[in-house]
Design a protein around this ligand. Structure first.
Ligand code: KG4
Ligand code: ZN
Length: 385
């Protein structure tokens, strides 16, 4: 029988307090529980994440969130409440968890500390090994997450399509794979030649794509977080003629895999300064901005996939929730990357969560890539492995 590993994942790198339990067997990861406590409403009034506020919220949320994740996964010994902390009940959780995976960076140091200290404490109390996980690696592994029912449905829908297309059923993700991680903090194109084998092909030279969406939303008065707001506004202009609204596609023909989004945001700013009636055409500007960002992202993914002969294309990070990006990429893979397979995580696994951290942790735990809890530390500025 194949050995299974049960992993508890913990994520506190930014403004989501998250915990999850996954079961990994072979190349498959099944989500047993996935709990996310979002602080979006709290940070909304400041127009962005306030680090001190985020850290304080993590401290308040972390034990209830871990507790809920354990309970939902059917692990009977939830952590005691703060009032009844005692090692006796803590120790009962130990037997079911094979390893604790925690995000060590990159991120806000005060936020990361809450997750890391929690993982250390549980590792000490349970005697469980710890896996240090990079947040970007976590986003990448969101592509391995499928509840059992979804694995079935996914294969079912592919097998229906197989009759008249070239799709092949693959339950294993084939390497080499190309992954675009696009979030509020990162825009990175990674070539993956195997588990844990990465080469960063390119990244943003200035703003992350999500950050650019957030700033564009601010310029257009659309609120926070900006990505979903810009996307919702852009839909209203679809199919309409956008007279005199045109933004650049930065670095689209640069010949490399890097990105730059700060010029796009500045171009939007100048464009609305020049346009006396821009407030009547907000959806037009949102549409053009989204098109510009998406076209650049898709073109670089396609270039990288061709250059490195990739069999699998994957998306991850908060901006992967963008429907226009998903649709244009799906079209491009179908029309321009014959035979390649596109994988996009479910919406809830695109934005920050702990299931993706547990999944990355599972593949590291399989390789026995553990860190003694005494040596575990935050790595707030370490971009990637
Ligand atoms: O991965 P994530 O939850 O957190 C970070 O690690 O940054 O990503 C959040 C980012 C935000 O910038 C948000 O505006 C963007 O993802 N985002 C979107 C959409 N949904 C979230 N951007 C474009 N379109 C969306 N639908
Ligand atoms: Zn993230």
């Amino acid at each position: 029988m194949k050995k299974q590993l049960i992993i508890l994942g913990i994520e506190t790198s930014c403004d989501e307090t998250a915990a999850s339990v996954v079961r990994g067997v072979g190349d498959k990861v099944e989500v047993l529980s996935n709990v996310v406590s979002s602080q979006i409403e709290i940070h909304k009034k400041y127009g962005g994440v306030v680090p001190e506020v985020a850290a304080r919220e993590h401290v308040l949320n972390i034990l209830p969130v871990v507790n809920e994740a354990l309970a939902k996964a059917g692990i009977k010994s939830p952590l005691p409440s703060l009032g009844e902390l005692g090692t006796g009940s803590l120790l009962k959780g130990a037997k079911k968890i094979d390893a604790i995976a925690v995000t060590v960076g990159p991120g806000l140091v005060t936020s990361l500390l809450v997750g890391v200290e929690t993982a250390k404490t549980l590792a000490y109390a349970w005697g469980s090994p710890v896996v240090a996980v990079n947040h970007i690696e976590g986003h990448i592994y969101a592509n391995w997450l499928r509840p059992i029912s979804e694995i079935f449905n996914f294969q079912f829908s592919i097998s229906k399509r197989i009759q008249n297309t070239k799709y092949k059923i693959q339950d294993k993700i084939k390497f080499p794979a190309i992954i675009l991680t696009v979030s509020g903090g990162h825009t990175m194109l990674v070539l993956m030649s195997g588990h844990g084998k990465y080469r960063v092909l390119g990244e943003t030279r200035d703003d992350a794509a999500g950050e650019a969406f957030d700033k564009a939303a601010q310029l257009l008065g659309l609120g926070y977080p900006g990505g979903p707001a810009v996307a919702a506004e852009a839909v209203k202009a679809r199919g309409k003629k956008l007279k005199d609204i045109s933004l650049p596609r930065p670095m689209i023909n640069s010949g490399d895999y890097d990105f730059s989004f700060s010029g796009l945001k500045t171009a939007l700013w100048y464009a609305i300064q020049r346009d006396k009636i821009w407030k009547k055409r907000i959806s037009g500007y949102a549409y053009e901005f989204e098109q510009a960002a998406v076209e650049v992202l898709v073109s670089k993914i396609v270039k990288a996939a061709r250059d490195f002969n990739c069999q699998t294309i994957m998306l991850s990070g908060g901006v992967a929730a963008n429907l226009e990006l998903r649709n244009q990429l799906a079209q491009a893979v179908k029309n321009r990357l014959d035979g390649a397979k596109l994988i996009i995580p479910e919406f809830k696994y695109c934005t920050d969560n702990a299931a993706m951290i547990a999944a990355a942790g599972y593949f590291r735990a399989k390789r026995k890539d553990f860190t003694p809890w005494q040596k575990l530390k935050t790595e707030p500025n370490k971009e990637f492995i």
